[in-house]
Design a protein around this ligand. Structure first.
Ligand SMILES: [Zn+2]
Length: 455
């Protein structure tokens, strides 16, 4: 992997602000935000009145952290269904919306809908611009954006963030993988924005087409987001593309990116602390944990006038490190290794803690495995992992059985439980360009009665 990219600050003053000054800025912005939502948002007005956290009651950041109630996704959904489509959270008239988004509503959950005003949208693009500039995107760059351009927020904010920098955003929404690869070979496109899964998928497809992406395209940088990017996945992407794959992250609830890697050697992602306040809390006690300890991210947004998140429990597992653990000079703290997983992804199987990313990490260490799916099922009252994998086309039938045995042993070593391994036909498992779903927990649905409506 060669790194030829120049990096630096989008806004030196904001990115190197002394910590004390940063805290003052956060409190000033938060105070204004509390006044704004108390006045405009029925949801927050009621909540703040109920618990004695009206704008004048909150005395400072520490008081806010200690007393302001946490906000959960279930509450967002309830507030939304109380007054569809956007609910009672918004602090301005939805008629001001210039953009509308919603989550995919997968896994049986209703979608979360949200909107942005013109001012929100400007902030959203600016947030993305800061992150992208730090990764190395510059004015004049041609950047291919790989995503569906639908209702899901995905890379919408990234598209506008690129324009904010002065780069060209190339929307490849309607193209299939082959046409996208062809585009990268035909034109001088310098960077690619996609999910880690899709960067790997393109690499696999290119290999089948006999194309070496590292030499046949001019991609010098990949900006990946949308899913966790385990180190092994990162190395595979960087090897195939011959360029660094830097990570940025955000979420639908805020509409944009809020953290980014500042270079290939960054210990993790810097949080844009001028515009979001992040706390890390213990999963069970909901009390703050210190630097270097695992906990759940709790987010407060400071830049959006329509929909504001105040102490939102994101379910993202992180480990926070002080800013000086990175050498770039930014004073914004870091999430070491990025988002490490989701609190609701952690399962217990026969006494062993399990997360789906453990299987991903093992699968990515096998050169013979193209795709995989994991199902957790109760078989004879015993929790069982069933992993189905699809071999790469070049793997001969004689070798596949051996791969299955070695794969099973490697998963056993990583997880502590022996899985059932199944082999799928080539091309039969689902592929993903957004929101990869490779894990299903069937245990909770197995013993329920199912009523079939035959009418
Ligand atoms: Zn840094």
């Amino acid at each position: 992997m060669t790194d030829t990219v120049t990096r630096g600050y989008w806004s030196r003053a904001a990115e190197t602000m002394p910590r004390e000054r940063l805290r003052e800025l956060q409190w000033a912005k938060l105070r204004a935000q509390l006044q704004h939502v108390y006045k405009g948002s029925p949801f927050y007005h009621a909540r703040m009145s109920d618990v004695g956290c009206r704008p004048d009651d909150v005395t400072g950041l520490d008081d806010y952290f200690a007393r302001f109630p946490l906000l959960y996704r279930s509450e967002l959904l309830a507030a939304e269904s109380a007054a569809p489509p956007y609910g009672t959270l918004a602090a301005v008239d939805p008629a001001l919306a210039i953009a509308r988004h919603q989550t995919s509503g997968s896994s049986g959950q209703p979608p979360l809908r949200t909107f942005d005003t013109a001012r929100d949208w400007a902030w959203i693009a600016d947030m993305f611009a800061r992150g992208l500039y730090a990764t190395g995107i510059r004015p004049g760059d041609q950047v291919a954006v790989v995503f569906g351009y639908g209702m899901f927020i995905g890379f919408w904010a990234g598209h506008y963030g690129l324009q904010r920098i002065g780069a060209t955003a190339i929307a490849t929404g309607s193209m299939d993988t082959e046409r996208r690869i062809q585009l990268l070979m035909d034109e001088d496109i310098r960077a690619l924005m996609c999910t880690p899964t899709y960067a790997l998928h393109m690499a696999h497809r290119a290999e089948q087409m006999g194309v070496d992406l590292a030499t046949r395209t001019n991609i010098q940088l990949l900006v990946v987001t949308g899913e966790p990017r385990p180190q092994r996945t990162r190395r595979l992407i960087e090897k195939a593309w011959g360029a660094p794959a830097l990570e940025v992250a955000g979420m639908t609830e805020v509409g944009t990116l809020i953290m980014f890697e500042c270079g290939p050697d960054a210990p993790g992602m810097h949080v844009i602390e001028t515009d979001v306040i992040e706390e890390v809390l213990d999963t069970e006690t909901k009390q703050p944990v210190g630097y270097g300890e695992r906990g759940v991210r709790v987010m407060t947004t400071l830049g959006r006038e329509g929909v504001t998140m105040l102490r939102y429990w994101t379910n993202d597992i992180v480990v926070r490190q002080p800013y000086h653990s990175c050498s770039c000079g930014r004073t914004w703290d870091i999430y070491q290794g990025g988002i490490l997983g989701r609190a609701d992804d952690v399962k217990k199987i026969r006494g062993c803690l399990f997360t789906p990313s453990m299987v991903e990490d093992v699968a990515r260490s096998f050169d013979e495995i193209e795709e995989f799916q994991t199902v957790l099922e109760s078989i004879g009252a015993l929790d069982t992992l069933i992993i189905t994998f699809e071999p790469k086309p070049h793997v001969t039938p004689e070798v596949v059985a051996d791969v299955a045995t070695r794969f099973g042993s490697a998963v056993k070593r990583a997880v502590g439980v022996t899985p059932l391994i199944r082999i799928a036909e080539i091309g039969s498992l689902p592929r993903f360009d957004m929101k990869a779903k490779r894990f299903t927990d069937l245990r909770s649905t197995q013993h329920k009665e199912v009523n079939v409506d035959a009418s």
